[in-house]
Ligand binder design. Structure first.
Ligand SMILES: Nc1ncnc2c1ncn2[C@@H]1O[C@H](COP(=O)(O)OP(=O)(O)O)[C@@H](O)[C@H]1O
Ligand SMILES: [Mg+2]
Length: 398
């Protein structure tokens, strides 16, 4: 096999994974399914899906939507709120998501579109053209009548066997900063609970833990609403399963030693697994991934992540010369992912030492480092970023 005959890459860096390539997460699926089953029986539930950036929140939410539609007969609405800051925008994005959702039963999809026909301008190649003017004009009504809107939709679909609604609010970074959002969510849940006939609603928010805390700061009772499902880094078996299945689907095999490298540098992060996998996929020439292929793919992936993430965010945020020399020393130091402040300080100049604490706080805010459990311990969030910082320090590129 050579590059020219290469088919579609089975890796999806930068987008939620298609259901067919979804790997692992059995515990989380089980927990969410338990809630979905309650909803199917008529009892509303609220789940907060948390975990770090790139850990797989959107992918799991998308998978659960598909899975709960099949197994619990819930109609899923997955709303990506990136760029939305207000409840009105949330409401209009909900309608858009409903209109363009990939429902697996065509009769239901048709019904939905009939119900919302006033917001549809006509069919398009992929999905439907939204009549944004009509939608925008209705935004205040939609946001005030959000629950009735959902209930109305549900009532129309009941006779087709739909037992409830799964409402996924994803990418809440922007809107969680708006105090009204926390109040809106609490009101939605309460209003529904107080209703004689509550809508069987599975509310699922996806976000990093800081967003949940932010919402609690804005409205304390948010703390009691949600069952929390935390997504952790994948374990070795899940990672192996992922690489084997993905490469297998492209008729490629992975040597054991190469597999160890792929897993080590991915460190349980699905996002990194896809970036590394994709590079190895394009690099390999004979359909057999050996250690060289794996390591070269890892180096390219580190460059790629480094250029996108480290260069743009970190180097530009660390303009001071002392910060940059600290980073370089950190790059060269002998540790894997975690280091202790005391050990590092020994190699720093007096000026650097003065700035070290600020440097660490900055790196934490940039999501490069996190605090460890031991005092003074800091851990790189990501092994590829660690590798890139190391490569930069030895190549003296900067
Ligand atoms: N269970 C999984 N199996 C395979 N790939 C996954 C899985 N979860 C996430 N990914 C991949 O990891 C990357 C990040 O996932 P995403 O769901 O966007 O994370 P998050 O929403 O937490 O930032 C994407 O490229 C996605 O395809
Ligand atoms: Mg996401």
């Amino acid at each position: 096999m050579n590059n020219i005959s290469k088919g579609k890459s089975p890796f999806y860096p930068g987008q939620p994974v298609p259901v067919d390539f979804f790997i692992g997460r059995l515990n989380e699926i089980q927990k969410i399914t338990r809630a979905a089953t309650q909803v199917e029986l008529g009892k509303p539930q609220a789940v907060f899906l948390t975990g770090e950036y790139g850990i797989g929140k959107s992918s799991l939410a998308g998978f659960m939507r598909y899975y709960s539609e099949k197994n619990n007969h819930l109609i899923g609405i997955h709303i990506l709120l990136g760029g939305a800051d207000t409840i009105d925008e949330l409401a209009t994005k909900t309608v858009e998501a409903v209109i363009n959702s990939q429902v697996y039963q065509t009769t239901i999809a048709e019904k939905i579109r009939n119900a919302l026909s006033k917001y549809i301008g006509g069919p398009e190649l992929f999905g439907f053209k939204i009549n944004f003017e009509a939608l925008k004009a209705d935004a205040p009504n939609l946001s005030h009548g959000y629950l009735p809107f959902l209930r109305n939709l549900f009532n129309r679909l009941k006779e087709d066997g739909i037992k409830g609604v799964m409402l996924i609010l994803d990418e809440i970074n922007g809107i969680a900063g708006n105090p009204q959002f926390a109040h809106f969510i609490k009101a939605l849940v309460d209003e529904n609970a107080l209703n004689k006939e509550s809508l069987p609603l599975m509310l699922m928010l996806c976000g990093v833990e800081e967003r949940r805390r932010e919402m609690i700061r804005h409205h304390q009772p948010i703390e009691r609403i949600f069952d929390i499902v935390e997504i952790k880094p994948m374990d070795n078996n899940e990672m192996k399963d992922f690489f084997n299945k993905s490469f297998d689907s492209a008729s490629m095999k992975v040597q054991d030693a190469a597999m160890d490298l792929l897993c080590h540098y991915s460190a349980g992060f699905p996002k990194i697994m896809h970036i590394i996998g994709d590079n190895v996929f394009w690099l390999d020439k004979d359909g057999f991934v050996n250690e060289d292929d794996a390591f070269n793919g890892i180096l390219i992936a580190a460059e790629e992540i480094g250029r996108k993430f480290v260069d743009q965010q970190i180097y530009s945020a660390l303009r001071s010369q002392d910060y940059l020399t600290i980073l370089k020393k950190l790059g060269k130091a002998q540790f894997d992912l975690s280091f202790n402040v005391k050990d590092m300080e020994q190699g720093l100049s007096a000026a650097e030492k003065n700035k070290f604490n600020n440097f660490l706080q900055k790196m934490k805010r940039l999501n490069v480092l996190k605090s460890g459990e031991i005092r003074g311990q800091y851990i790189f969030n990501n092994r590829l970023v660690r590798l890139y910082v190391f490569l930069n320090s030895v190549e003296a590129k900067k």
